[in-house]
Design a protein around this ligand. Structure first.
Ligand code: DGY
Length: 325
């Protein structure tokens, strides 16, 4: 009998075909995203769980794992794995996996899309044109934004995605690159002329600040009131990591009080973001619904990579991308 696997997503056909050789897969079929109550029932007989770091079920913790006595592997279709309670998984010898590499360039593209659209006020001015506000009498000063080329970019979290952002900054936009990271990255310094600095120095010097760190207890709200106060009034803050790496109330306060120029946000403290969140009322804030890796090609590659990780564990092999040990 093949091992049973539950997926909190509808799995792409090409991936399902591959997985079907090795396991019996059931998928969440309901409208919208799966709830925790449903997952609690569905994982009782499975050896593999196929899910993602941004899923709505919250953290896969003791309570969920107590309902899954057969579980051997949790495979995330995402690079972030802040949905894993690593300690609870390790206690039970459950292997966690993620999907690095295949999404690096796509997420870096989005970081740059947010930099450019915030700096040049693209979404705001798109609206301006479409609502008919562009008149022969329009004063062009009103449409001015900020330059990106030749400025200074600060990257917080110089992993693979951080490096992909640094490459774009250095070679595409002739920017100086500063970075703050747990460890120094000599290769990033050599390739992109990136300068390692402490967080205070990065925040005070950078024109654009991209938060790209994974969410961990150490990075929880790494950017808050004090950090926003250090930034230039002309700084643009971009978050493509997780909403909880920022104190969102402090961000709102900084924007409302002109402490920074604007923000580009892929992620929020609560997702989907509440409609009455003040960030959604601000013309200098560009928002997207957590789409860092959301292109058809990259999502397909991530889905396959996650399936390969899951099948590896279920067939007694080492996964390609183990995390959290
Ligand atoms: C991830 O894979 O963790 C990213 O959030 C995708 O956008």
């Amino acid at each position: 009998m093949k091992p049973k696997v539950y997926s909190t997503y509808s799995v792409p056909e090409h991936v399902k075909e591959f997985m079907a050789t090795y396991c019996d897969i059931r998928e969440w079929q309901g409208d919208g995203r799966i709830t925790r109550d449903v997952l609690l029932k569905e994982i009782t007989d499975v050896e593999g769980l196929y899910t993602a770091g941004s899923s709505m079920v919250g953290v896969i913790d003791d309570e969920l794992l107590n309902h899954a006595p057969l579980l051997k592997v949790i495979s995330n279709v995402s690079v972030g794995y802040n949905n894993f309670d690593v300690e609870a998984m390790n206690k039970r010898n459950i292997i966690g996996t993620n999907t690095p590499y295949v999404l690096d360039e796509t997420v870096a593209d989005l970081a740059f899309a947010l930099i450019l659209s915030t700096a040049r006020r693209i979404t705001e001015l798109d609206q301006f044109v479409k609502e008919g506000s562009w008149k022969p009498t329009t004063n062009y000063h009103e449409t001015y934004g900020l330059d990106v080329h030749g400025t200074t970019l600060g990257i917080i979290g110089m992993g693979r995605i951080g490096e992909a952002i640094a490459r774009r900054a250095k070679f595409g936009f002739n920017m100086d690159v500063l970075y703050f990271n747990r460890n120094r990255k000599p290769e990033a310094e050599d390739k992109y002329g990136a300068e390692y600095c402490d967080l205070t120095s990065l925040l005070t010097r950078a024109d654009y600040i991209v938060l790209m760190t994974p969410l961990t207890p150490e990075t929880f709200q790494i950017i808050g009131e004090e950090e926003f106060k250090l930034m230039k009034k002309s700084a643009i803050f971009i978050n493509v990591s997780r909403g909880q790496t920022v104190d969102e109330q402090a961000l709102i306060h900084a924007l409302q009080n002109g402490e920074i120029y604007g923000a580009g946000l892929d992620v929020f403290e609560k997702e989907p973001v509440d409609q009455d969140n003040p960030l959604l009322q601000m013309s200098n804030v560009v928002t997207v619904p957590h789409i860092g890796s959301a292109t058809a090609r990259t999502e397909a590659a991530m889905a396959m990579r996650a399936a390969e990780n899951l099948v590896a564990v279920l067939t007694g092999k080492e996964p390609i991308d183990p995390v959290g040990k």
